[in-house]
Design a protein around this ligand. Sequence first.
Ligand SMILES: *[C@@H]1O[C@H](CO)[C@@H](O)[C@H](O)[C@H]1NC(C)=O
Ligand SMILES: *[C@@H]1O[C@H](CO)[C@@H](O)[C@H](O)[C@H]1NC(C)=O
Ligand SMILES: *[C@@H]1O[C@H](CO)[C@@H](O)[C@H](O)[C@H]1NC(C)=O
Ligand SMILES: *[C@@H]1O[C@H](CO)[C@@H](O)[C@H](O)[C@H]1NC(C)=O
Length: 528
Amino acid sequence: MARGEHGGQTSTSGLLGGLSPQIEEKLSGNRKPCLMFTVACVLSSIFALSALSIITNSCEERISASTFRSASMERMAQNYRMHSFYSSEDHSPSKKRKIDSEEIVIDDVFKKSYNTNLKNIVFGIAASSKLWQSRKYYVREWWQKRTMRGYVWLETPINGTWDEFAPPFKISANTSQFKYSRPKGNRAALRLTRIVTETFKLGLKNVDWFVMGDDDTIIFTDNLVRMLSNYDPKQMHYIGSHSESHVQNTRFSYSMAYGGGGFAISYPLARALATTQDGCLNRYPELFGSDDRVHACITELGVPITKNQGFHQFDIRGNPMGLLAAHPMTPVLSIHHLDIIGSLFPRKSRLVALRLLMRAARVEQASMFQQTITYAQQRRYSFSISSGYVVRVYQGFVAPWELEEAPRTFYSWYGSKNHDHFPFDVREIPDDPCEKPTLFFLSKRFLNNTASGCIETVYLKHRLSESNSNGCDERINSVERIRVRSTPLDHSWFMPRRLCGRVEMWKNDTIDIFVRPCQQGELVVGVH
Ligand SMILES: *[C@@H]1O[C@H](CO)[C@@H](O)[C@H](O)[C@H]1NC(C)=O
Ligand SMILES: *[C@@H]1O[C@H](CO)[C@@H](O)[C@H](O)[C@H]1NC(C)=O
Ligand SMILES: *[C@@H]1O[C@H](CO)[C@@H](O)[C@H](O)[C@H]1NC(C)=O
Ligand SMILES: *[C@@H]1O[C@H](CO)[C@@H](O)[C@H](O)[C@H]1NC(C)=O
C-alpha cells in the first residue's frame, strides 16, 4: 500500500521513539487514545448512522461503511476534528470511492459477500474410536453445540456415554468393497474420504458448505464464516491449503487441500462428488490417504483448489511458536496436529495452552495471530506482535521484512532444520544471546469496557535462560509485561495492509502499545 503518497496525513508512529524515556513516560501519562476513540466513536457513529440511512443496507455497504468509520475515527483522534469525509453532502457510495485509494481497495476486497452463516455450514470431523477419548477435548474447544451442525465420524461406536459437549457421532459405512493397494497405507483412508459424501447424503437442509477437519484440529469458526462469505456457494468451490512440508507437498501435491488443516467444499461440488466418488475411489487404489483421494476425485470434476493460508495442516514438529509469530496476513482458520506439535505456550500442557488461546480468540477472533510491527526509541527496540499470542522484542533494528519471516523454532515433518524443507520464509534465531528476541506470551485478553472499549491483551515475559535476562540490555530485562490495546476490529481491515502500532508508554516493568489502522503514508518503522 505504500505508493509514495505521503500527502495530507502526517505519520505519528514512532514519534515517541525519538524521545528520551523520561519524556516518553510524561507524555504517555497525558495520552488517552482509547478515551479519545470512544468520543470519536460516538460522534462518528451518529454520522455513520445517518450515512447508513441514506445508502442502502446491503452487507457490502455495511462493511465498507464501518471501514470508513474506523478510518475516519483514526483521523479524528489524530486531528481532533472531523474529517470532511463525513460532511453531510458526501454520503453517496460513488463519492466515497473517490476519496482515497486505500478505501477503493477495501471496497474491491469485500465486493462479494454471500451472507454465509454458521447455520449454513455442516462440519465433518474425521475421527477414530480409539483416540476419541483424548482428542475430544480439542473438538470441545471450538464446538458450540447450539449454533453448529456436524458429526464426528467413527469406525465403531465407542464404549460409554457420548460427550454432550461434542458434536454427535455417526458410524461410517463399510468400505470393504473398495480397492486399497498402497503398501504401508491404512484402509481407514477410504472411510475418511467418504465423509463429505456421507454427510451430503444425510440430506440436511440449508447447507451451503461442508467443512472437513480432523479430531486433532481446532477451527476458528467466526473467521471461517467470514472467509466463506467471499465465495458464491452456488458455484463449485474446493478451498484449503497445502502442507508446511515441502517434501509432503512434492510427494502428494501442492494442489490438494490437506485434510487435517481442514477444507471447505461448496454444496454443488459435494453433490457432484456424491455421485462420482465411489467410482472414482476404485480408479486410484494406490493413493495413500483420504485427502489425496478427495483431491483426485475433485480434480476429475475439473475443480482446482482455491488456496487459503488461514488453514494450517501444521506438518511440523517441535515448538510451533515461530509459525504463529509470523502468520500470513489472513484470518486464521485452523490449527492441526495438536497432538504432535509442542504446546502452544511454554510450560503449559497442550490442553491448558489451547484453552488459554481459545479464551483469547473468543474475545476477538479476527485479530488472532495478526502481526503488527513497531519500533521504539529511534529503532533501538523492534517489536513484533502476534495478536493474542506472543510479542517478540529485539534489541536494535530488525527490519520489517525480517520480522515477517517465521523464526525457526520448529523442525520439518521429517525432523530437519534445513530451510529447503519449508515452502515459506524461515529465519534462524541468532546464536548471539543479545540478538535473540525476548518473548512475552499471552496472559489475558479482554474488552476493557470501563474506561475505553479497547481490547486489552496482556503478555508476560517468558523467562528462558537462553533468550531472556541475558544481561545485554538492562532496560528490556526489567520489563515484565507488555500491554497491547487495540480498537475492536471487524473483518473489514483485511485489506492488504497490516495494522500500525505505537509504543505509548514504557515504565520500568511495563510497556504499553497501541494498535490501530495505519494512516495513509504511515511508515511501520516510524518517522523517516
Ligand atoms: C470397548 O471395550 C472393549 C472391552 O473392554 C474393548 O475391547 C474395546 O477395544 C473398546 N472399544 C473402544 C472403541 O474403546
Ligand atoms: C463389511 O462388509 C464385509 C463384506 O461385505 C464384511 O465381511 C465385514 O464384516 C463388514 N464389516 C463390518 C465392520 O461390518
Ligand atoms: C481499563 O482501562 C483503564 C484505562 O486505561 C485502566 O485504568 C484499567 O486498569 C483497565 N482495566 C483493567 C481490568 O485492566
Ligand atoms: C522504576 O524503577 C526505579 C529505579 O529502579 C524505582 O525507584 C521505581 O520505584 C520504579 N517504578 C515503578 C513504578 O516500578
